[in-house]
Design a protein around this ligand. Structure first.
Ligand code: DX5
Ligand code: ZN
Length: 232
């Protein structure tokens, strides 16, 4: 089976005064989803936006909304993000006490449920959670800011997670990668096993975001094809 990659531009790097324009560029570039970074100034040292902005973005775009919650207390507030229009919703294992319950509650509402791991968090936290999630989001920078450098040892982490999936069941969950993804490293990242690629600075920090998305997709798919046929 041929693995298909998904490109998820992160609006964190867009011009917040012109979000509608940023969404339009993502759509024209052929993005598969919009990655929305919700930060609370507690779990991460930065603040972004919450449900009111997401509600407006939902009205504006046909693209699925991939919401990455970098917040404490998600167990008490996650419903507001579903009501605002989340299609994919991920929570940090480091910020949630009862992650199994939260993931299954998200899923019960037919929303894709994701668990996010910081760079320093071991894959072992996933051992008893795989039946309850649709995707694992591996942070490849420490969360909080766009435009940081990809942490090189995260390639081995992606490879190890892909191995866990192969051992478990190949179709059981998707692997999303977030942080420092760019045209230079995206082929290696998808060859290692990533299916969903978040890109902030590599899309909105360049002159032509539409063209950037197309180039990222091509390079990402090349890596994913290599994964299928390592000899090519
Ligand atoms: C960082 C966020 C990312 C961020 C990625 O905490 O979770 O989604 O937008 O930005 P780049 O691609 O610039 O590293
Ligand atoms: Zn993110």
């Amino acid at each position: 089976m041929k693995a298909t990659v998904k490109i998820a531009p992160s609006l964190l790097s867009a011009d917040f005064l012109h979000l509608a324009k940023a969404v339009e560029m993502a759509e024209k570039g052929g993005a598969d989803m919009l990655h929305l970074d919700v930060m609370d100034g507690h779990f991460v040292p930065n603040l972004t936006f919450g449900p009111p902005i997401i509600t407006q973005l939902k009205k504006l775009s046909h693209l699925p909304l991939d919401i990455h919650l970098m917040i404490v207390n998600a167990e008490n507030t996650y419903q507001a993000y579903i009501d605002a229009g989340a299609d994919w919703l991920s929570v940090h294992v480091e910020a949630v006490t009862h992650s199994q319950r939260l993931l299954s509650e998200i899923r019960r509402q037919n929303i894709k449920a994701g668990l996010v791991l910081n760079p320093a968090t071991s894959l072992s936290v996933l051992e008893h959670l795989l039946p309850d999630l649709d995707y694992v989001l591996l942070m490849t920078v420490n969360p909080g800011f766009g435009g940081q450098r990809f942490i090189p040892q995260m390639i081995n982490k992606i490879t190890a997670l892909k191995q866990i999936r192969d051992d478990h069941s190949p179709d059981s969950f998707l692997i999303e990668v977030d942080g420092g993804v760019n045209l230079q490293n995206i082929t290696e990242i998808t060859a290692a096993g990533a299916d969903i690629l978040v890109a902030g600075n590599a899309v909105y920090g360049v002159a032509d975001p539409q063209q950037a998305i197309e180039a990222l997709r091509q390079a990402a798919q090349y890596g994913a094809n290599k994964r299928q046929n390592p000899d090519n």
